[in-house]
Design a protein around this ligand. Structure first.
Ligand code: MSP
Length: 632
């Protein structure tokens, strides 16, 4: 079983930031889950080193292009090491193995008549290296980056991309998993409704020398995208070792963010088609991490610098937050306070506390030896059953690219283990001679649960989970078979692992912290208008609703409140409404309520409902009105 996964090749024009770290950690986490399942994985990442952007960055730094690339390629590698990223290959587009493949592909496409030369006349954006038509440009500027475009007239070489338009549409339609998520697939199909142009794949050396020369015209270099995309076939051995290439290609998962989906879902498969190579199985475009201002002691630069975050929070904590904090496919607001909150709540308080608590109890009550299995009672069933199905559901969620959901389920299960311990109270059992077997069995259930969870969390937090797994005598890296209930090695001596996840004190990062204001209690139950005006009441449309699995009173809604992205909202309405009844309804929401986490689910806002003590009824606008409309 083989699995080939790639990240984009990052430009070496600046230091890696949180966005690059995200895609690469994501690829690492998926790779590690696949390895856990027994796959042989090829995980490729690397750097994109040709083209105008890089040349300019090198000039600004007063270095030769290659010196500049060496420096930055190393910065990427250093960060990946620091983040515990286990890539199998790191490719640089300036390497001879890659230049050779680019040259060969170009030559064969030229020989087959897939490339032709033609005179180009039009607008060109130098920094973006893109051609634009009259219709595209905005007040003489590039529609993409806003910088001035220049009029050029020159001979160039073109790849006959348009010829593959119908084939590509068919391929996308017949292979629903080719472009993911669905929203991007629709976007590309929409884009393909307009006629596709041929692709200009050359740049005259007189204008740009930093590139791979065209094998059929020495006055030109290859357009950077045509060059860089081919890395994905260079690395597994295209042309150099076709047997090895055949074992890995087609790639199973090509990851990127939505900014570069067109190059990967249109240029790339048509290039491959022309070269007689199969397209990849899946190109997956995740959303963007958006950075908002936050009250940072250090500059915002620090707040998004992966080195700063790893140094202050720990690398596994950082990896966990990034995986937990983005619904794959949607954009996510990066917020420093939220990151601290997730780490403190889910890792320090929940997982970390449980590890120290359990091993402490094993130390005090069982002489530090792992407990053995005893008799199961009805009180144990719920937790044990949920642990028995957790591995399957985790792998299913991960394999369907719902990693945040998988982590949320694990976190919910940790809550259940905590409640189990509270109810069973081993500290009370320990005082009763006749309850010693029960005590050991209760600790067995909690410890075995933790062992299974440590295997499941290993791909996300390999460093910390290694420490826990060692206490259980588990081999590292673990395999999926070790998630079966009942494999805990009874009697094995343990030590007390050190505090795994120290709590983070946000105060050390906050500038100008004001002491909390004392709230003046109003004497009468009357509020000033100003107070009322602080509430941002809005109309929202319910897009989806489902029951929360872990709380029978709650419904989990997604609402459209007139913003770009839907918001999650948790409502205590399950006893009064069926989820289906709510979908499509217009409701009224307090939009600026501080986001809260309710039973593990984020709620951004609160809906308004009338309550007479018996029934609860939603407030709805009397007529249809646009989502986002203000309620006054
Ligand atoms: N060199 C091209 C890719 C060529 S692939 C053959 C390139 N490089 S890049 O350095 O700009 O990297 C873009 C990628 O970095 C995105 O597609 C994404 O994977 C990652 N991200 C950069 N900023 C990001 C965010 N703000 N949020 C999420 N991912 C981001 O494009």
């Amino acid at each position: 079983m083989k699995y080939y996964i790639t990240t984009p090749l990052y430009y070496v024009n600046a230091n890696p930031h949180i966005g690059h770290a995200y895609t690469t950690i994501l690829a690492d986490v998926i790779s590690r889950y696949r390895r856990l399942e027994g796959y042989d994985v090829l995980f490729l990442t690397g750097t994109d080193e040709h083209g105008q952007k890089i040349l300019e960055a090198a000039r600004n730094a007063g270095k030769s292009p290659l010196e500049h690339c060496d420096f930055y390629a190393e910065r990427f590698r250093t960060l990946w090491d620091k983040l515990d990223i286990k890539y199998d290959d790191f490719i640089r587009t300036t390497e001879p193995r890659h230049q050779k493949v680019v040259t060969e592909v170009l030559k064969s496409l030229w020989d087959k008549g897939e490339i032709y030369s033609s005179n180009y006349e039009g607008w060109y954006c130098v920094p973006d290296e893109r051609f634009w038509t009259d219709k595209d440009i905005v007040d003489g500027n590039c529609p993409d980056c806003g910088r001035p475009v220049t009029q050029i007239e020159e001979k160039n070489y073109f790849f006959k991309m348009s010829k593959y338009q119908d084939w590509l549409i068919d391929h996308i339609e017949n292979n629903p998993d080719f472009i993911q998520p669905q929203s991007r697939r629709n976007e590309i199909l929409g884009f393909l409704r307009k006629p596709l142009n041929d692709l200009c794949i050359s740049r005259p050396k007189s204008r740009l020398e930093w590139g791979i020369p065209l094998p059929f015209d020495g006055d030109y270099v290859t357009y950077v995208w045509f060059d860089a995309l081919l890395n994905y076939i260079t690395a597994p051995g295209y042309s150099a070792d076709m047997k090895r290439f055949g074992e890995w290609w087609p790639a199973d998962m090509q990851l990127m963010a939505k900014d570069i989906i067109t190059t990967h879902a249109v240029y790339w498969p048509t290039m491959l088609k022309a070269a007689g190579v199969e397209p990849p199985r899946t190109v997956f475009a995740h959303g963007w991490w958006m950075v908002e201002e936050s009250k940072m002691g250090k500059s915002l630069g620090n707040a998004v610098d992966p080195h700063f975050l790893v140094d202050n929070f720990g690398r596994d904590q950082f990896r966990y937050f990034l995986m937990r904090g983005m619904v794959l496919g949607q954009d996510s607001q990066y917020n420093f306070e939220r990151m601290v909150d997730v780490i403190n709540t889910e890792l320090a308080n929940n997982l970390g506390n449980m590890v120290s608590r359990l091993f402490k109890m094993i130390g005090s009550y069982l002489n530090g030896k792992l407990p053995g299995e005893g008799e199961y009672t009805e009180q144990d069933t719920e937790l044990v059953d949920s642990l028995k199905q957790l591995p399957d559901s985790t792998f299913e969620l991960v394999n369907s690219m719902k990693i945040d959901r998988a982590l949320s389920e694990i976190n919910i299960t940790l809550n259940s283990i905590n409640s189990y311990l509270e109810t069973m109270a081993p500290w009370k059992l320990s005082k009763d001679e006749s309850q010693q077997q029960r005590l050991s069995h209760v600790l067995y259930i909690a410890t075995e649960s933790l062992r299974i969870i440590s295997v499941l969390l290993f791909p996300v937090m390999p460093g910390k989970m290694t420490k826990v797994l060692k206490e259980f005598g588990e081999e590292v890296p673990p395999v999926r078979g070790r998630t079966t209930w009942g494999l805990l090695e009874a009697g094995r001596p343990t030590s007390k692992p050190k505090n795994l996840f120290p709590r983070i004190d946000i105060k050390q990062f906050i500038k100008d912290e004001k002491p909390p204001q004392k709230q003046e209690q109003p004497k009468e139950n009357i509020v000033e208008y100003d107070h009322f005006a602080q509430l941002d009441l809005r109309v929202a449309k319910v897009l989806s609703a489902e029951r929360a699995e872990n709380a029978d009173k709650l419904l989990l809604l997604k609402i459209d409140i007139g913003e770009d992205e839907p918001r999650p909202l948790v409502a205590g309405l399950a006893a009064h409404y069926e989820p289906e009844e709510l979908v499509g309804k217009n409701i009224v929401v307090i939009a600026n309520l501080k986001p809260a986490k309710i039973r593990g689910h984020i709620s951004q806002g609160m809906l308004m409902a009338a309550d007479d003590g018996k029934s609860v009824v939603l407030l709805e606008p009397a007529k249809d009105i646009k989502p986002g409309s203000k309620v006054r």
